[in-house]
Design a protein around this ligand. Sequence first.
Ligand code: UDX
Length: 455
Amino acid sequence: MRVTIFGTGYVGLVTGTCLAEVGHDVVCVDIDAAKVDGLARGVVPIYEPGLAPMVKANHAAGRLHFTTDAARAVAHGDVVFIAVGTPPDDDGSADLQYVLAVARTIGQHLARPVVVVDKSTVPVGTADKVRTTIATTLAERGADIAFDVVSNPEFLKEGAAVEDCMRPDRIVIGADNPAAVEKLRRLYAPFNRNHDRIVAMDVRSAELTKYAANAMLATKISFMNEIANIAEKVGADIEMVRHGIGSDPRIGWHFIYPGAGYGGSCFPKDVQALAKTAQQHDYEARLLNAVEAVNDAQKGHLFELVQRHYDAGEDEGVRGRTFAVWGLAFKPDTDDMREASSRRLLQQLWDAGARVRAYDPEARHEAARVFGERPDLVLCDSAGAALEGADALIVVTEWKQFRSPDFAALHAALGDAVVFDGRNLYDPAEVEAAGLAYYGIGRGRSILPEGSAGG
Ligand code: UDX
């Protein structure tokens, strides 16, 4: 089939590339000429495992094209995807200006019936706005062309986006017209072998499904972070508790990892946007607001541990110390630093007069862009280089390469011999056996003074 994708960001580029990979003829269109130029030369602006070679191969095979020419792009597709950004407005609601601008562009150039697909995560009711915008623009031209608007949310995880797209666990299609569902069924047939993954529903339910999925996952994380904070207070170890509850299939092992808080482009934005939608419909989303508040507090928790350690000491506290920070991306296998917990931590360290030597396997360039040149930051080329001259180590992102360091070497390198483990990667006893002080998330066993846990 002939497919057009508006937006070559994360979702648009991955979706377009995977659709080309299974044989569709895909045109990706973006207003950013430099990006389009780069993509046509094989320069992929984001790091995502497996994506760059797939873009190059499909481009070379003539199935994947990049253009800024919206008229040509609209003329190409039987199915036209809208996969542009929906950044949060000042009040947390999703900003639809880019989505609706694409809808206008489609209306201006449409010459034959198409199915328009909302792929961006958009508030319930957006498909109606897209439909109205296209219809109004067509009417202004005096054109009368049939079109459908379908909601088909993405469920891609960063770092596994290509895999998720090639092997989806479900394909949600929200449509009011059975013919539109049929068309998308054909489009997705190569991804839908062996058993049927297509879940067809009405447009508004599909729009809400996307938010419900992300809000549920964010809720699990905030729940565990809250229990971790309680564990820390009462002298329990959240890792024991996690093992104790995860085996219950009703709870499950996924997304119950406590840590430095969730970041990324989806959870923070989507939880807030859903709460905002509820409010606009006169419903106060108490749980969602709490999920967000717990996460916001959690992003400051690592620094609290740092402060607690140094304030308890005899020296002047955090001021003047150098911290090695391992991991800057919001999670492993990505260079994305949107809403990353590292951003809050580094700012808190700097505000307290500390210096940072940071290492991330992929996010170095992004970090340079985000933080700019500053005297209290050195971006290092390796985990070992970050330790040089450092007093303490803080682990923020759980990259695999940070999982089993040589603790004796850490002890030798770190002036204050202390490790703050923001993702509970290490066994506290093993770290302590190497002569290092250990702080994890929700690991009360290593924080309360001996004997005080019993009370
Ligand atoms: C998420 C959803 O998983 C995906 O389905 C949706 O389409 C987009 O949003 P993503 O943002 O790429 O994907 O990352 P994800 O792996 O879900 O992690 C989100 C954040 O939660 C990360 O900061 C991660 O470190 C944190 N997290 C995750 C935890 O703190 N604990 C956990 O148990 C799981």
